[in-house]
Design a protein. Structure first.
Length: 271
C-alpha cells in the first residue's frame, strides 16, 4: 500500500574555515592587528573576511581611506545587508539532505539553479518495491474552522489520493512481472533500461529526495520567494522550516527575516 512519509530536512554540511591559513593570509596582507573573533561560526566568518578584503577594512590605516572600522559583528552584518553587498554572501554554502519531498517540490526547487548544486534521486536507477510513497498536501489535511462540507471534500480527496497511488502500484507490479525484473539473470543494464521505462506511469506526486547545496545569497533568495503565501505549498512547507533554522542559528546573515509563522520576509531583499 502507498505510504505518506513525513518530509525531513537535514543540514549535513556547511562551509569550514582553515583558521591557521587565514592567520597567515592576514599577516601577509598586513592585517596583523586583526583578531580572529572567538565563537563565530565559520560560514559567517568567511563572509566577513571576504567583505573586509574588498575594502581592506581589517584595521584602521591598512587602507588610507579607512580610519575606523566596525568591530561589533552584529553592526557589521547589519551594514553589509543594508548596503546590499550581496556578492560576499556567495562564499559560504550550506548543504541540505531533503527526504520525503515529491517531484512537485523538485520541479519547483530545481528552477533555482543559480547558486545551487543539485543531486536528486534518479528514478532511472531507483526501482520501487513494495510501495510508491507520496506526500499528502497540507491543503487536504483537516484544519480548525473547516465546515462539514470542506471536511468531507478533504476526506474524499485523501481517499482518492490513496486509491490513485495504489492503482499505480498495481500497474507497476504487473509491469515488473511482465519484464521479469526479479529474475537473477537480469543484469544492471537491463534493470536500468526497464526501470527508466516504468517510471513513466508514476505521477509527479511520488516522494523522492536528494541533496541541495546553496550559497547564502541564493538561500536568502529562495527563503524569501518560497515562503511567500502565494508560493506552492510543498516548497513553502520546506523553506519555512529551513528559514526558521537559519534565523535561529545564523542570525548575522538571516536575522533580518520576519513574519514567522506565516511567511519570512527579509528587511533587506535582493542582497
Amino acid at each position: 500500500m502507498p505510504t505518506n512519509p513525513e518530509i525531513k530536512v537535514f543540514l549535513i554540511a556547511r562551509t569550514a574555515v582553515d583558521h591557521g591559513a587565514v592567520r597567515q593570509w592576514l599577516d601577509h596582507i598586513g592585517a596583523d592587528e586583526f583578531e580572529i573573533p572567538e565563537g563565530e561560526d565559520d560560514p559567517t566568518f568567511l563572509v566577513a573576511l571576504a567583505a573586509k578584503r574588498c575594502y581592506m577594512s581589517f584595521q584602521p590605516g591598512l587602507n588610507p581611506n579607512v580610519t575606523k572600522i566596525r568591530k561589533d559583528m552584529v553592526e557589521y552584518f547589519d551594514n553589509l545587508l543594508a548596503s546590499r553587498h550581496g556578492s560576499v554572501f556567495e562564499h559560504s554554502v550550506f548543504s541540505f539532505a531533503i527526504e520525503g519531498v515529491t517531484r512537485v517540490f523538485t520541479a519547483e526547487m530545481n528552477r533555482h539553479r543559480a547558486g545551487w548544486a543539485i543531486s536528486e534521486g534518479s528514478l532511472r536507477f531507483i526501482r520501487f518495491d513494495q510501495n510508491i510513497p507520496f506526500w499528502m498536501p497540507d491543503s487536504l489535511q483537516d484544519a480548525p474552522g473547516d465546515d462539514d462540507d470542506l471536511l468531507l471534500r478533504k476526506s474524499e480527496s485523501r481517499k482518492l489520493f490513496m486509491w490513485a497511488f495504489r492503482h499505480q502500484e498495481i500497474i507497476y507490479e504487473q509491469l515488473m512481472g511482465l519484464w521479469n525484473m526479479n529474475d537473477k539473470d537480469k543484469n544492471f543494464a537491463y534493470k536500468k533500461k526497464v526501470t527508466s521505462a516504468l517510471r513513466r506511469i508514476v505521477g509527479m506526486g511520488v516522494s523522492t529526495g536528494g541533496v541541495w547545496t546553496g550559497n547564502v545569497r541564493a538561500l536568502r533568495h529562495v527563503i524569501a520567494a518560497r515562503t511567500d503565501p502565494a508560493a506552492e505549498e510543498e516548497i513553502h512547507h520546506v523553506f519555512m522550516g529551513i528559514g526558521k533554522h537559519m534565523m535561529d542559528h545564523y542570525s548575522r546573515m538571516f536575522g533580518d527575516f520576519t513574519g514567522w509563522p506565516d511567511s519570512l520576509v527579509p528587511q533587506h531583499p535582493k542582497v
